[in-house]
Design a protein around this ligand. Sequence first.
Ligand code: C5P
Length: 392
Amino acid sequence: MLGITGGIAAYKAAELARLLVKGGAEVQVVMTAAARQFIAPLTLQAITGRPVRDTLFDPQHEAAMGHIELARWAEAIVVAPATADFMAQAAHGMAPDLLATLCLATEAPLLLAPAMNQAMWRNAATRTNTETLRARGVSLVGPAAGEQACGDIGPGRMIEPAEVLQALSDMLSGDSLAGRRVLLTAGPTREAIDPVRFLGNRSSGKMGFALARALVGQGADVTLVSGPVALETPDRVRRVDVETALQMRSAVFDALPGADIFIACAAVADFRPGQAAASKIKKTQEVMTLTLVRNPDILTEVAASSPRPFCVGFAAETDDVEAYADAKRRSKGIDMIAANRVGESLAFEADDNALLVLWEGGRRELAMQSKSSLATALVALITERFDAQTAT
Ligand code: C5P
């Protein structure tokens, strides 16, 4: 959640929103009434793809996602710029508007990027409020010193958006997988029919890329073997691009030595055309028959290798999710399976998903949420089971 309060630096919030979206975050902007004097909500809506929220008592919004739900939805709240007035409210637990209420109601970590006139920043009241907030675990980044919009020179300028983003990622990261090597697959595969056509599937790769991001956030050394997707490589992730299932298998086995954890998130084609035509197939006949041959099951092969990493697979099922997923976990010989119900608009291509995670002797349901927060929860669970297994 990106909170914007009323200061001239509010224009920098647009760039911050853009960087957050580019980095894979889902961003809900919440503005104060004063912020609207400095930057138009429409600008932020266009950047984030979500309508800006700005009123506490809005029946329409409250019916869709009330302010308490919104406070729970946020994995982190960044207020940039944070004015002296906003910091005073936060320090005193006041909730006069939607943003201040959310900051009071949330359990998510809070990051403030103060921006104000240098005299306001130096004022004893602001100094005390800053100390109070810090003591309660609120993170502050900036302000920077320099020339101010009012002509003064001194501390009070909002820190640049890229630095706010860095502070946010530092605040959210952990080290539960420091020193661990994780290999994962993501996206679809493409199986060539001829030089211009292929068999593919609807996998977007979003879940696998969100996992890669969550894994590096916990300090893991991550190699991501990806089929063709339209996604940017997360920072610090080693990406290997492949097209076919056979290429994916060989890239996986090349990267496998030394891997502690293998997560098979890719939607690998089960079959490929037996022989791709050397030149473009012409439409001379009314009926065309393709002969398909089975692709190797990459996950089963990795699970059967020795030494083998902790293996996690996915299962997309339409019904009897738990029974089929558990059978799949056993037949593939893997440690953990994350199952999702598919059909209608669920799972593939969507931004939200829910998972049922099964392992020997245990299960956990991860409720419907964004793929990025789902990835964070799944990485925490994988780490927990991996640690339990390596401890024995
Ligand atoms: O058997 P099914 O395709 O439903 O299993 C899905 C799981 O197996 C996923 O984790 C997927 O990444 C993995 N898989 C694989 N190689 C295949 C087929 C599936 O690694 N050829």
